[in-house]
Design a binder for this molecule. Structure first.
Ligand SMILES: *[C@@H]1O[C@H](CO)[C@@H](O)[C@H](O)[C@H]1NC(C)=O
Ligand SMILES: *[C@@H]1O[C@H](CO)[C@@H](O)[C@H](O)[C@H]1NC(C)=O
Ligand SMILES: *[C@@H]1O[C@H](CO)[C@@H](O)[C@H](O)[C@H]1NC(C)=O
Ligand SMILES: *[C@@H]1O[C@H](CO)[C@@H](O)[C@H](O)[C@H]1NC(C)=O
Ligand SMILES: *[C@@H]1O[C@H](CO)[C@@H](O)[C@H](O)[C@H]1NC(C)=O
Length: 348
């Protein structure tokens, strides 16, 4: 009686402890592996395809135990290095490579150049289109489709000639331009049978939400109809719950949900190689959460990051979110073309 109630008490205490034991995840970048993480690399004009994804030619401490037949490619040596890091890591640490790709050129990208940034931001971007072109949840232009085809050829080369370990899981923003980019890039590649291209659509990988209609997503059923085989994360609602006419998501909120989506991925997916298809602003936010330096991507470009994921006890640093900010617009398009008018003070 005494023994069993003591045992029960201990079990209850242990259970309570397990549940009350608050943890948080912290991210850092392993330096010296990809050029993009180095301060000395200029992001402007960086050609990730010509640069073998930015993988630095070097030796790793694990090279001598690399299994298989020589000569090894740099990607094979990297894979062995990462698997060694993961084997030797304490239980609260792991290492993962994120391949983060920006969508190819969309109709909203072209429209911004066509109208000029002030007229785009303060007038046209709030409309669904101009009668000939639609940019609400923008689709890829022919140029954007070609960019994705080029990245697909690059992946085919990496798999065939460079012995890269391809992504084990795929995630994408719910915006049409990203869904299509992911589909065009990864469909038809010679992928391992155990890790086929079955992307999961995650709401929080979407672009920073502005008053622009290109940031309003389509319904779940429209996405399902156009992208059969893509999976939705749990609880993905039919209608866009976030985009609000003439309001914008503050940067702090975007970084908070970028942290949420990364924590969610790393808490539910033990893959080491992970593909994310997203946007310029959102990849910028993910990089901030990963404690990576800023590295802006042109349309169709991608960046790899070797991330160290550490689970620490206690609460993480506090995050504060703000109310969405009301956005000013102009009743007629401003005629000024240079981007000195981001707050729409040039309405005439
Ligand atoms: C998380 O990692 C970053 C980068 O290594 C470091 O600067 C920061 O202090 C860490 N934060 C916490 C809460 O441990
Ligand atoms: C790179 O830049 C960061 C931020 O400016 C700085 O803290 C760090 O020391 C720099 N590292 C090198 C190797 O220059
Ligand atoms: C980066 O490259 C661009 C384009 O080649 C150049 O204009 C710019 O000055 C470079 N920046 C630095 C810091 O070297
Ligand atoms: C890296 O090594 C490969 C294969 O040996 C070579 O083709 C390539 O030019 C090297 N890249 C750099 C930047 O040294
Ligand atoms: C609509 O905008 C596109 C650029 O996105 C432009 O090429 C086209 O000419 C415009 N149509 C009209 C009717 O102005």
């Amino acid at each position: 009686m005494f023994a069993s109630s003591l045992l029960y008490g201990l079990l209850a205490a242990a259970t309570a402890n397990a549940y009350s034991h608050v943890k948080h995840i912290n991210y850092s970048v392993v330096p010296g592996v990809f050029q993009q993480s180095e301060n000395t690399t200029n992001a402007t004009g960086f050609d990730f395809i010509a640069a073998n994804f930015g993988l630095i030619n070097r030796t790793y401490s694990s090279d001598s135990s690399c299994p298989g037949r020589r000569p090894f490619t740099q990607w094979q040596l990297l894979a062995h290095y990462i698997s060694t890091l993961n084997k030797e890591a304490p239980r609260n640490e792991r290492y993962s490579v994120l391949f983060m790709g920006r969508h190819g050129e969309g109709f909203h990208n072209v429209a911004e150049s066509y109208f000029g940034t002030p007229a785009w931001n303060c007038y046209w971007s709030e409309l669904d289109g101009n009668g000939t072109v639609t940019w609400a949840d923008a689709k890829l232009t022919d140029g954007g489709v070609k960019q994705a085809a080029r990245v697909k050829d690059f992946w085919a080369h990496l798999i065939k000639d460079e012995e890269i370990t391809p992504p084990e899981t795929y995630y994408t923003s719910p915006m049409y331009r990203c869904l299509d980019t992911a589909k065009l890039t990864f469909t038809g590649l010679d992928l391992p049978r155990k890790s086929p291209f079955v992307p999961i659509i995650k709401e929080f990988l979407r672009e920073g939400i502005s008053a622009h209609t290109c940031d309003r997503r389509s319904t779940r059923s429209y996405i399902a109809q156009n992208f059969p085989g893509f999976k939705f994360e749990q609880g993905f609602p039919e209608e866009d719950p976030y985009w609000t006419e003439l309001f914008a998501e503050p940067r702090a909120n975007q970084d908070a949900r970028s942290k949420t989506v990364l924590d969610d991925i790393f808490s539910s997916d033990d893959s080491t190689y992970i593909s994310i298809t997203s946007h310029s602003g959102e990849i910028g936010s993910l990089l901030r959460v990963l404690n990576h330096r800023a590295f802006s991507l042109s349309t169709g470009a991608a960046i790899p990051v070797l991330v160290k994921i550490t689970t620490l006890s206690g609460e993480g640093p506090p995050t504060s979110t703000l109310p969405y900010a009301p956005q000013k617009t102009c009743a007629v398009p401003p005629t000024i073309r240079d981007s000195s008018c981001n707050d729409c003070s040039c309405c005439t």
